[in-house]
Design a protein around this ligand. Structure first.
Ligand code: ZN
Length: 247
């Protein structure tokens, strides 16, 4: 194979590798921010549930206070009932006692509802605590992994830059660097394998005269359609299964 063609193939491998590494580095802050957001949301959910529990307890103490006041009134009316002189006074007092009993019932109903509410909030807190624990574990593992990967990918970028400089320095035809860069800028990649008279990247059929030249691998040939620099490597023929030993 033409040494420059071999260098360009290698250059493409390096560029692709460097691009993958650069993408990983660029995406790392976003991935870490997403983990931070997960932790933040889980913490906020637990705090909200705890806040709801405190509110519910405050409401409960107000209900208890109201209930005690009604019960006090109820006891007072019952005392007064003993001291009434007339039937009319008795009926009026009895009416007050009935009204107080209704109110006690209403307060007790509120207490029941409050207890159910507390049960629900406690269940929510338990779930929120488990979710926070899971989020902390996930963030703990993944954050370290991302940071570690960034260090690895930064080394890959540096390694690729060194390899790129060495390859470019070794090119016999220095103009090929510009050709490569021009195609890569438009197409993303600058080199393509040809197979079965086609460019395997853009899939366009090559003219027989072009393909014959590509087969030789001894010159720089570009795809008529996508302009990529073409090379040929014979496709690997799968090995035929071995014949069973003769009996
Ligand atoms: Zn092509």
């Amino acid at each position: 194979m033409l040494p420059d063609l071999e260098r360009l193939i290698r250059l493409q491998e390096i560029e692709s590798k460097a691009a993958v590494a650069a993408k990983a580095i660029a995406e790392a802050p976003g991935r870490i921010a997403a983990l931070d957001a997960l932790l933040h949301d889980a913490t906020a959910a637990l705090e909200a549930a705890k806040h709801a529990l405190a509110d519910s307890k405050t409401r409960r103490s107000l209900i208890d206070k109201d209930l005690a006041a009604v019960q006090q009134r109820q006891a007072k009316y019952k005392d007064q009932l003993m001291q009434v002189k007339t039937n009319e006074e008795f009926r009026a007092m009895q009416h007050q006692i009935d009204a107080a009993a209704t109110e006690v019932g209403a307060q007790e109903e509120k207490i029941l509802l409050n207890m159910m509410e507390v049960d629900e909030i406690n269940a929510t807190i338990k779930k929120a605590e488990a979710a926070l624990k899971a989020a902390q574990a996930k963030v703990g593992t993944e954050r370290g992994g991302i940071e570690q990967d960034v260090i690895v990918q930064q080394a890959v970028v540096i390694e690729c830059a060194t390899a790129r400089a060495s390859l470019i320095g070794g090119l016999n035809d220095k103009g090929l660097v510009d050709t490569f860069a021009r195609i890569a800028k438009v197409r993303g990649t600058a080199v393509a394998r040809a197979e079965g008279e086609r460019c395997t990247v853009c899939q366009v059929r090559l003219r027989p005269a072009v393909f014959v030249n590509v087969l030789k691998n001894d010159q720089i040939v570009q795809c008529d359609s996508c302009n990529r620099i073409l090379y040929f490597i014979a496709p690997q023929v799968p090995k035929a299964p071995e014949a069973p030993p003769a009996p």
